[in-house]
Ligand binder design. Structure first.
Ligand code: NAP
Length: 262
């Protein structure tokens, strides 16, 4: 865990997200779990979505229940690439809490291969989960967010959307699509008092990065101006900023990449 400053500890004590309901997709592990912890510490009630890791999701719920933040935490299995499952996810949030204030579209996958060897299936799986999954969640949450009279959406894109990366044509396309989607929905939903922003993490220490071969990881690390990979908690702080302190910011993309892409 990243240690926090005294001021951060004081702000968390006020719990500015008290009474707010946040849905986090892909919350069982990695960046999604860190976002969930961060928003819970700031007082939010959380819907912890996962695809297959029921045990990890329940473990996170138990951790938050024991932490004494005072929120309520609900785990919901749903594959974000499946429309009916996503509708079920948002309905479950609504039935439990009667509202949705914050939607974090975080769930994502990689299927890395250089372009000429990439199969149509590898292309589709990544587009279906990362890009269409984000569309599905936005679409299913829209009526609830609008009924609520305002809200915050944060989509997790990637630095790779902006820089490209060998072996990640599918992923770069999906993540770049998320940026275009974010800006367009930000324009369309401003009238409902809903802000829509992106975070674009660089290489961050999660299971996703662990899949990258050791020698390539070392090469990447050498190129990062801050000389280390990011921590999931550091991405979570950027997401929390959008949720807590960014009422007049919409359609933006915030890089969290140690200076690797400027
Ligand atoms: P991760 O450790 O592999 O975790 C992925 C999460 O997404 C898990 O909770 C997983 O659920 C969930 N998920 C995957 N497919 C899903 C589906 N179809 N429906 C619902 N949930 C699904 O990945 P991460 O590194 O934390 O990545 C989180 C987000 O940050 C992703 O969008 C990723 O593209 C983005 N990102 C990551 C990095 C990085 O370096 N790590 C950099 C830039 C952007 P299960 O546990 O149930 O499988």
């Amino acid at each position: 865990m990243v240690t926090e400053t005294e001021t951060q500890t004081e702000v968390r004590a006020v719990r500015p997200l008290d009474g707010k309901v946040a849905v986090v997709t892909g919350a069982s592990r990695g960046i999604g779990a860190a976002i969930t912890r961060e928003l819970a510490a700031y007082g939010a009630d959380l819907v912890i979505n996962y695809a297959t890791s029921a045990g990890r999701a329940e473990e996170l719920k138990r951790e938050l229940d024991a932490a004494g933040y005072g929120g309520t935490y609900l785990t919901v299995q749903a594959d974000i690439s499946a429309v009916t499952q996503v509708e079920g996810l948002m309905k479950a949030a609504w039935e439990q809490f009667g509202k949705i204030d914050i939607l974090i579209n975080n769930a994502g996958i990689t299927r890395d291969r250089t372009f000429r060897k990439m199969t149509p299936q590898e292309w589709s799986e990544v587009i279906d989960t990362n890009l269409t999954g984000t569309f599905n969640c936005l679409h299913a949450a829209a009526p609830y967010l609008i009924e609520q009279g305002g809200g915050k959406v944060i989509n997790v894109s990637s630095m790779i959307a902006l820089s490209g990366n060998i072996g990640q044509a599918n992923y770069a396309a999906a993540k770049a699509g998320i940026i275009g989607l974010t800006k367009t929905v930000a324009l369309e939903w401003a009238r409902y008092n809903i802000t829509v922003n992106c975070v674009a993490p660089g290489f961050t220490e999660t299971d996703m990065l662990a899949k990258v071969p050791d020698n390539y990881r070392e090469q990447i690390c050498e190129r990062i101006p801050l000389h280390r990979f990011g921590k999931p908690e550091e991405v979570a702080k950027a997401v929390r900023f959008f949720c807590v302190d960014a009422d007049y910011i919409t359609g933006e993309v915030l890089g969290v990449n140690g200076g690797l892409y400027m």
